[in-house]
Design a binder for this molecule. Structure first.
Ligand code: C2E
Ligand code: CA
Ligand code: CA
Ligand code: CA
Length: 279
């Protein structure tokens, strides 16, 4: 534990002392990642809270450098956004996720949407609709089997453009999910203006989820609000049975989290699905 502490301290000071060099290294890794195909996706199921049936699968970006070290998307995405490489990376993510879901549909694993995370740069790109339509046509995946996850912060950047792009996507059948709900600004405004199918309650509310806690009060209210707006409500970051049972008692629709499954490779997930139920 002592050496762990020291390691992370050293990483931290490096970042403070030489941010430019760190950035350059990361950008190089990103370039290589694309050209050497070191990007891959992990998949995490979202389950119906009553039946345990898979109602969706979230695709999560993974990146490995040439030495096999992992980079978290939380580090990678902000830099990719700044350099602009988020657009090709994002397109690769959509295509790969759609291809994979088409394979799963053809295998008869189920008829669930694959959820892909979107960043602001992608959503402010008018070519997005055409890009997605092309990917769906190429992969043969029905539009209803693709879901995009956006955050409130994306949504409020340029509201009119965001709304019109989301409406066009929804018209062709793509599902829209509001991610990390309850954090950031104007979450209620986002609900008011955006065309949405699903709400994902941020995992920061899960830790304190027990009878009579503030978190359960907030989460119950979010669930009721979502239902009044005809939205499907998913809780993310569910780690304990206590949290799960609490969510079930307040009528949450679906759950996602380490309690049921970590994000897995496609083949690991296929094995998990084949070998039994999650709940
Ligand atoms: P997110 O969209 O909120 O994704 C959920 C994150 O929570 C994932 O982290 C997932 O591995 C983690 N997680 C799932 N279940 C649990 C749990 O029970 N407990 C805890 N503590 N964590 C859990 P990950 O994969 O590191 O991704 C971090 C963030 O990076 C994502 O947050 C998302 O905002 C972003 N991201 C990931 N993939 C992509 C992508 O392809 N494109 C874009 N633009 N952003 C991405
Ligand atoms: Ca997400
Ligand atoms: Ca989230
Ligand atoms: Ca997020």
């Amino acid at each position: 534990a002592k050496s762990n502490g020291k390691n992370s301290y050293e990483i931290y000071t490096d970042a403070i002392i030489d941010p430019v060099n760190d950035r350059l290294q990361l950008e190089n890794i990103l370039d290589r990642a694309i050209s050497d195909c070191k990007l891959f996706l992990h998949y995490q199921p979202q389950l119906d809270i009553l039946t345990g049936k898979i109602i969706g699968i979230e695709a999560l970006l993974r990146c490995q450098d040439l030495h096999g070290n992992s980079l978290s998307p939380a580090e990678l995405i902000p830099i990719a956004e700044e350099t602009g490489s988020i657009v090709p990376i994002g397109e690769w993510v959509i295509r790969t996720a759609c291809q994979q879901n088409k394979i799963w549909q053809d295998l008869g694993l189920g008829d669930f949407p694959i959820a892909v995370n979107f960043s602001v740069k992608q959503l402010q790109n008018r070519n997005l609709i055409e890009t997605i339509a092309t990917i769906l046509a190429e992969t043969g995946l029905p539009a209803t089997a693709l879901e995009i996850e956006i955050t409130e912060s994306i949504a409020i950047k340029d509201l009119d453009l965001t709304i019109s792009i989301l409406q066009s996507l929804r018209q062709i059948g793509v599902k829209i999910s509001l991610d990390d709900f309850g954090t950031g600004y104007s979450s209620l405004a986002a609900l008011k203006y955006l065309p949405l199918d699903r709400l994902k309650i941020d995992r920061s509310f899960m830790q304190g989820l027990r009878a009579n806690s503030i978190d359960v009060c907030i989460v119950r209210t979010i669930i009721n609000l979502g239902h009044e707006l005809n939205l499907n409500v998913v809780a993310e970051g569910v780690e304990t049975v206590e949290q799960f049972e609490c969510l079930r008692s307040i009528n949450c629709d679906a759950v996602q989290g380490f309690l049921f499954s970590r994000p897995l490779t496609a083949s690991e997930l296929e094995v998990a699905i084949a070998t039994g139920s999650y709940l």
